[in-house]
Design a protein around this ligand. Structure first.
Ligand SMILES: Nc1nc2c(ncn2[C@@H]2O[C@H](COP(=O)(O)OP(=O)(O)OP(=O)(O)O)[C@@H](O)[C@H]2O)c(=O)[nH]1
Ligand SMILES: [Mg+2]
Length: 217
């Protein structure tokens, strides 16, 4: 019964995670989906796939399908194909690596050019915030950049499990609001948002009602 309950979700959202190689995309996703941190993490080859349910309000669940992309340039032609079917994304930089912050513009351009005329709701993530002593990008500076692009900004650590839930949940809530308002709509041939899975129990009770009616005739 519990399994059945857990399988109920209102919507499925596809999210893409992008940013320079070694900023910590795979570690952040693993912390979120598997609840653990691996100090040694191999560079992602092409694209990996993860999923998790998120409860945005009591009893309201969203299924997230998360595409973990390779930051290395040589995989760019593969990762490009995943933008179009994503409704949201996390754009990561490493707060101890200034270069990864400077590349945020380039990542946004890359995403925009491959998703037009659709849009992706991005959150800017300053990752590895446990390494405060090695910080090269100020929080205010990052907030300003995020604001200029209309994105939220959050600082996370996969190592110390800081703000990991927050980063994914707030993005999910933002997308949910846009779907509720009709600013994002479900479309045939687009995988970004799919409507919910309704378990058999509901179908069968509907069928009972129908067959009752038939009996009355
Ligand atoms: N201190 C610290 N290190 C982290 C954190 N997250 C990831 N790392 C380290 O950063 C390195 C790279 O992490 P990955 O998650 O593999 O990086 P990636 O962005 O997926 O890299 P690509 O797959 O090549 O694009 C690893 O050595 C991790 O241990 C964190 O929150 N804090
Ligand atoms: Mg990776």
């Amino acid at each position: 019964m519990l399994d059945n309950m857990e399988a109920i979700w209102l919507y499925q959202f596809r999210l893409i995670v992008i940013g320079d190689s070694t900023v910590g995309k795979s570690c952040l996703i693993r912390r979120f989906t598997e609840g653990r941190f691996a100090q040694v993490s191999d560079p992602t080859v092409g694209v990996d796939f993860f999923s998790r349910l998120v409860e945005i309000e009591p009893g309201k669940r969203i299924k997230l399908q998360i595409w973990d992309t390779a930051g290395q340039e040589r995989f760019r032609s593969i990762t490009r194909a995943y933008y179009r079917n994503s409704v949201g994304g996390l754009l990561l930089f490493d707060i101890t690596n200034r270069r990864s912050f400077q590349n945020v513009h380039e990542w946004l351009e890359e995403a925009r050019s491959h998703v037009q005329p659709l849009q992706i709701v991005f959150v800017l993530v300053g990752h590895k915030c446990d390494l405060e002593a090695q910080r090269q990008v100020g929080r205010q500076e990052a907030e300003k950049l995020a604001g200029a692009y209309g994105m939220r900004y959050v600082e996370t650590s996969a190592r110390d499990a800081i703000n990991v839930e927050k980063a994914f949940t707030e993005l999910t809530r933002d997308i949910f609001e846009l779907v509720k308002r009709g600013d994002i709509t479900i479309q045939e041939g687009w995988e970004g948002v799919k409507s919910g899975f309704v378990p058999n129990v509901v179908h069968s009770s509907e069928e009972v009602m129908k067959s009752d009616r038939r009996c009355l005739c």
